[in-house]
Design a protein around this ligand. Structure first.
Ligand SMILES: C[S@@+](CC[C@H](N)C(=O)[O-])C[C@H]1O[C@@H](n2cnc3c(N)ncnc32)[C@H](O)[C@@H]1O
Length: 254
């Protein structure tokens, strides 16, 4: 329906943050809040979320398992949108239906306000980054984290496999040796829609993602492809790839 090669390539989050959140999460359902919310056994002191976008849904599990969360994104607009929510400013996107929905799934619907507060407290920094650069945060430096988390980011940022692979290497420097990289990657997606505008995405398969992760110095601990064919015209993705990988080196002391 939307052949990617005939579209202009616009990779750096060209969509208005509020429209992305509204389009994807205004009325949460199981298909819109996918299984990547759960971090399973992964826990630690610091988690860095890379390419957070304007969204917080992906951090609802993390805020229970980590003491500190640092949010990174390429665009100022997304960082500002998240700051608005963190500071409860006027015009911030209302994540309450999503938080309520997620709490309800866990049998704790009445705890949604507590959950929101917990997440606000755990997020200590919102920083601009560019994963295409070896020092993605320059001039800022951060102590290496226990966990890097990235959902639906790297495939949206690149038009070729070489730069995708380089990005996985670049972000690995933000992680302690022995730390975990948790990723959710969209596979076989050529386009996605935001506010009736169509954007191209790097078309990836499972093998390419696995090779990029291994080549960046990780041992893959878990990998699962979940067939989640898009039920609507929001995107043409074929599956989501959930991955957990451990950075080579000694495990950090707890
Ligand atoms: C599709 S959104 C995903 C947002 C969110 N993580 C989610 O799960 O819905 C992709 C995000 O990647 C970010 N991004 C794109 N290029 C980037 C880059 N070079 N460095 C860091 N983030 C980038 C975009 O700004 C955007 O917020």
């Amino acid at each position: 329906m939307f052949p990617s090669y005939s579209l202009p390539f616009k990779f750096l989050s060209p969509f208005p943050p509020s429209l992305y959140s509204k389009g994807c999460f205004e009325n949460p359902t199981e298909t819109q809040i996918p299984s990547h919310l759960s971090l399973g056994d992964v826990k630690g002191d610091t988690l860095i979320d890379i390419g957070s976008g304007p969204t917080i849904y992906q951090l609802l599990s993390a805020c229970k398992k980590f003491n500190e969360i640092i949010i990174l994104d390429y665009t100022n607009r997304n960082c500002q949108e998240l700051e608005k929510w963190l500071k409860k400013e006027l015009g911030a996107f209302d994540w309450t239906p999503v938080v309520k929905y997620v709490c309800k799934l866990k049998g704790q619907r009445e705890k949604w306000a507590e959950k929101e507060e917990k997440l606000r407290k755990k997020v200590t920094q919102v920083l601009k980054c560019d994963v295409r650069k070896p020092n993605s945060l320059a001039p800022v430096t951060l102590p290496a984290a226990d966990c890097l988390f990235s959902t639906l980011c790297l495939e949206a940022a690149y038009k070729d496999l070489g730069t995708f692979r380089a990005a996985v290497k670049n972000i690995s420097s933000l992680l302690k040796p022995g730390g975990l990289l948790v990723t959710v990657t969209v596979l076989k997606e050529a386009y996605y829609m935001v506010d009736q505008r169509c954007f191209s995405c790097l078309y990836l398969d499972q093998e390419s993602v696995k090779e990029a992760i291994k080549d960046a110095g990780f041992d893959i601990k878990f990998i699962k492809e979940v067939q989640e064919c898009s039920p609507n015209t929001f995107a043409d993705f074929g599956a989501l790839l959930h991955g957990v990988a451990c950075k080579w080196g000694p495990k950090p002391a707890q």
